[in-house]
Write a protein that binds this ligand. Structure first.
Ligand SMILES: NC(=O)c1ccc[n+]([C@@H]2O[C@H](COP(=O)([O-])OP(=O)(O)OC[C@H]3O[C@@H](n4cnc5c(N)ncnc54)[C@H](O)[C@@H]3O)[C@@H](O)[C@H]2O)c1
Length: 355
């Protein structure tokens, strides 16, 4: 079951390709005919995810081939060898750490992996003459927006170390692109990815207590946690809860495919929002999830979480203009697909039979 289906397009190396967004992107690239080489240290992913990716793509005539290498992206010599041996045409850089709270407690680890990982990759790309790069940036680079929706010209001001690592990497990409005009670099500023592949075979599988709303809701739905925690209902929003732009992970994955296919038409460096352009409140997400699960899910309101902004959603028009891409999946589809994954894999990939 694939969504892509375009012409064969070469070899794409996906760092962090066994993770949540990377595995969904691997499926869409394979289905569109790309050969996919995953580089992952499996620090936050299971090899089972890649077996499932291969299984989804195997049903698709004309799908590309999937290979993987277990390595740390900060290991520049190893990465350089893989880029050369695999004859890579383009890279999508997902690998990194992504928990805002943890980044406040362990900033050096975040700078080492996120900034050090990106500079290591750019060095390996320079050494092997690979000049096409799509980077997982984040809407957190905008911090607390002065106005919504947020477009790419909005002021940048991340409020935590995680967000600053994303902004620094964008700046490094800008500088490297300025030094070599043949570079084709795109930073995709994701809003809030949720949902799962409609097959129910791959999905988000957080370790420990989920930091994000939808995985937390779904762990309540399968009985792993007693009730959903709503962090504050006194924000200046219609129902008092925070508003975010939730985007189906398959739409997001297709955004990477669109970016890879548009790269050669773009400037040396471009930053693009990937969102739906629609905001949903925490209570609206709980309602959508309750509809998907078929019963009202229990929640309690607790205090605000430090660093959370009241409301942010994207202006995604640049992505449409430059990449020809638009998100199409609704909040109800996001909830239904996330629930299919979680209900079939209540413990995620842990203990899951391979294949
Ligand atoms: N999920 C979100 O809400 C969100 C939002 C905006 C941006 N992003 C960014 O998108 C990217 C992917 O996010 P995700 O949700 O798929 O996260 P994830 O943790 O599921 O995936 C990251 C992958 O990178 C791997 N990895 C981590 N450190 C590595 C290293 N040093 N070397 C090699 N592999 C390493 C992990 O094992 C994992 O497979 C991240 O860069 C994240 O910051 C995510």
């Amino acid at each position: 079951m694939c969504n892509g289906g375009r012409v064969p397009s070469g070899v794409a190396l996906l760092t962090g390709g066994a993770g949540y967004i990377g595995s969904h992107t691997a499926v869409e690239l394979l289905c569109a005919g790309w050969d996919v080489v995953v580089v992952d240290d499996f620090s936050n992913a299971s090899p089972v995810a890649l077996e499932r990716v291969a299984r989804i793509a195997a049903d698709h005539p004309g799908a590309g081939r999937l290979r993987h290498h277990r390595l740390d992206v900060t290991d520049t010599p190893a990465l350089t060898r893989v880029l050369a041996e695999e004859r890579v045409d383009a890279v999508v850089h997902f690998a990194g750490l992504k928990a805002v709270g943890e980044s406040v407690e362990q900033p050096l680890r975040y700078y080492r992996v996120n900034v050090g990982g990106a500079t290591s990759l750019l060095e390996a790309m320079a050494a092997t003459g690979v000049r096409r790069l799509v980077f997982s940036s984040s809407a957190t680079v905008y911090g607390e927006p002065a106005t919504v929706p947020v477009d790419e010209r909005a002021p940048l001001g991340p409020t935590n170390p995680y967000g600053r690592t994303k902004l620094i990497v964008e700046q490094v990409m800008r500088d490297v692109a300025a030094a070599d005009e043949r570079s084709r670099f795109v930073a995709l500023r994701y809003f809030n990815p949720v949902g799962a592949h409609p097959s129910g075979l791959i999905g988000e599988d957080p370790e420990g207590v989920p930091n994000n709303l939808m995985p937390y809701i779904m762990q309540v739905a399968v009985g792993r946690r007693p009730r959903i925690r709503v962090f504050g209902d006194d924000y200046p929003t219609p129902d008092g809860t925070g508003i975010r732009d939730y985007i189906h992970v398959v739409d997001l994955a297709l955004g990477h495919l669109a970016a890879l296919e548009a790269l050669d038409r773009l400037d040396p460096f471009t930053a693009v929002n990937l969102g739906t352009g629609q905001g949903s409140s925490v209570l609206e997400v709980i309602d959508a999830a309750s509809r998907a699960v078929g019963r009202q899910l229990p929640y309690e309101v607790v205090g605000r979480r430090p660093g959370d902004v009241a409301a942010i959603w994207a202006d995604p028009s640049l992505a449409h203009e430059l990449l020809g891409w638009k998100a199409t999946r609704t909040l109800d589809e996001m909830a239904a697909d996330h629930w299919r994954w979680q209900s079939r894999n209540p413990q995620g990939y842990r203990g899951a039979p391979a294949g």
